[in-house]
Write a protein that binds this ligand. Structure first.
Ligand code: URA
Ligand code: SF4
Length: 195
């Protein structure tokens, strides 16, 4: 009998595939592909846009200034990085940090689908416009942040990209409140399901 393959794929295999991937042109300019990283049983998965300079150099997601902002917001809500899983829409850095194009996003999408199918998070947090638009077709984060959306069996939460809050203390507060709201909702879901 043929068993559904997705569930049997381990995250390690996906991560190895990403590291060796040459499916789009971003492989020619990257230093390192950046697979998702974190807790394999995470209740929350965060999805950013694409690796930046630091991430490209080290092969790990969200380790630069934006990553520090995300860490702070997690801590403020009572979580550590090791509690969650963090990944990106595309796994290789676009030159000069340009927004990834449709072809790059499409070629890379199976890795994200596999990550989500394996982890089966209770909530997926979309960080910023590229992530929001790629997955839900949405725009205008400033209007839509803080909202939950159900689609295709997943529950999504919309927020800012942590890079957007770096020079804006007001927005940093809003971002922290969003992440707190996300964690509070998770607690409610877990109480309901008896987890
Ligand atoms: N910005 C992103 O969207 N992803 C990273 O991994 C780092 C910065
Ligand atoms: Fe492969 Fe994605 Fe990197 Fe393109 S961005 S080379 S599809 S891992």
């Amino acid at each position: 009998m043929i068993i559904a393959m997705k569930e049997t794929l381990s995250l390690k295999i996906v991560q190895e595939k990403v590291k060796n991937c040459e499916k789009c042109d971003l492989c020619t300019s990257r230093k390192n592909a950046v697979p998702g990283k974190g807790n394999h049983n995470a209740d929350i998965v965060f999805i950013g846009e694409a690796p930046g300079k630091n991430e490209d150099e080290c092969g790990e997601p969200f380790i630069g200034t934006a990553g520090k902002k995300l860490n702070n917001a997690l801590k403020n809500a009572g979580l550590e990085r090791s509690d969650v899983y963090i990944t990106n829409i595309v796994k290789c850095r676009p030159p000069k940090n340009r927004i990834p194009n449709d072809n790059e996003k499409m070629m890379c999408s199976n890795y994200l689908e596999d990550e989500l199918a394996i982890i089966k998070p209770k909530i997926i947090c979309l960080l910023g416009n590229t992530s929001y638009h790629s997955i839900l077709g949405g725009s205008e984060i400033s209007k839509n942040h803080g909202k939950f959306v159900s689609k295709d069996g997943y529950l999504y939460f919309i927020s800012f990209h942590p890079a957007a809050i770096i020079y804006n203390q007001k927005l940093e507060k809003v971002f922290k409140n969003d992440i707190k709201k996300l964690v509070d909702e998770l607690k409610k879901l877990k109480t309901k399901s008896g987890d």
